[in-house]
Design a protein around this ligand. Structure first.
Ligand code: C5P
Length: 216
C-alpha cells in the first residue's frame, strides 16, 4: 500500500511525511534523497554523462528510515549527510531532468514498496510513479513562507546563508522541476491539496493522518 505526498521545495512534505510515518508506524520513502544520491554520483563523475551512467549502474544504492532520518548508502558507505550539501542541491534538478535517471530512481522505489505500507514524498509520485496510490496529497505554501522555513532549518549549519539566497534557490528549483519534459512537478487531478501557508505543523500532520486512517 502506498500513500504519496507531492509538492514544491519547502512545502513541508518531508517533515510531515516523517511525522506521519512515526505516528502511524508505517514506512517512509524520500524520493528526493534518491535523486540527490544520483546527483552525488554525477558530481563524482565530473558531470560526464557516460561515466555517470556507468557508475550509477555499477553502484549499489540502499536506503532505510530510522531515528526520524532517511538514510542512504552507496556501496555500503553512508551518504546521508553528503546528499544535503549546497553543491548537490544546486545540481539536483539538472540531474533529475534526465529521463534515464528518473527511470532508475522509479525502479528502485517500485521494487521496495512491494512489501509493507509506505508514505512516500516527491514531485511526480501521484502523476507518474504511483498513479494507483491509495491516497494522494499535494502540499503547497507561499514561496515566502517556504523560504522562511528552509532558512530556519539551515541557518545553524550555514551561518552565511541569507533568506534571499534560500528564496532564490527554491524558486529556481521549482521552475526547473515544473518546466522539465520528463515527469514534471504537478498535482495529480485526484490529489487532496493541502495549503500549509497558514497551518501549524501539528495541524497539517493531523489533517493528513485523519485522511490516511480512513483507508488503513
Ligand atoms: O525533495 P528534495 O528537495 O530533496 O528533492 C530534490 C530534487 O529532486 C528536487 O528539486 C527535484 O529536482 C528532484 N525530485 C524529482 N522528483 C521527485 C523527487 C525529487 O525530480 N519525485
Amino acid at each position: 500500500m502506498i500513500i504519496v505526498i507531492d509538492g514544491p521545495a519547502g512545502s513541508g512534505k518531508s517533515s510531515t511525511a516523517r511525522a506521519i510515518a512515526d505516528r502511524l508506524d508505517i514506512e517512509y520513502l524520500d524520493s528526493g534523497a534518491l535523486y540527490r544520491t544520483a546527483t552525488l554520483i554525477y558530481l563524482e563523475a565530473n558531470r560526464d554523462e557516460d561515466t555517470f551512467f556507468r557508475l550509477l549502474n555499477q553502484k549499489k544504492i540502499s536506503f532505510y528510515y530510522e531515528d526520524q532520518k532517511f538514510h542512504v548508502a552507496v556501496d555500503g558507505q553512508s551518504v546521508t549527510d553528503e546528499i544535503r550539501t549546497a553543491e548537490v542541491t544546486g545540481a539536483v534538478s539538472e540531474v533529475a531532468a534526465l529521463p534515464r535517471v528518473r527511470s532508475f530512481v522509479n525502479n528502485l522505489m517500485r521494487d521496495v514498496v512491494l512489501d509493507g505500507i509506505y508514505v512516500a514524498e516527491g514531485r511526480d509520485l501521484g502523476t507518474a510513479v504511483f498513479p494507483d496510490a491509495e491516497l494522494k496529497f499535494f502540499m503547497s505554501a507561499d514561496l515566502e513562507e517556504r523560504a522562511k522555513r528552509r532558512f530556519k532549518e539551515r541557518k545553524d549549519q550555514n551561518p552565511e546563508l541569507t533568506l534571499k539566497e534560500v528564496k532564490q534557490n527554491i524558486a529556481e528549483r521549482d521552475l526547473k522541476d515544473s518546466k522539465r519534459q520528463a515527469d514534471p512537478l504537478k498535482k495529480a487531478d485526484e490529489a487532496i491539496e493541502i495549503d500549509t501557508t497558514n497551518l501549524t505543523f501539528e495541524q497539517q500532520v493531523d489533517k493528513i493522518c485523519s485522511k490516511i486512517r480512513e483507508v488503513l
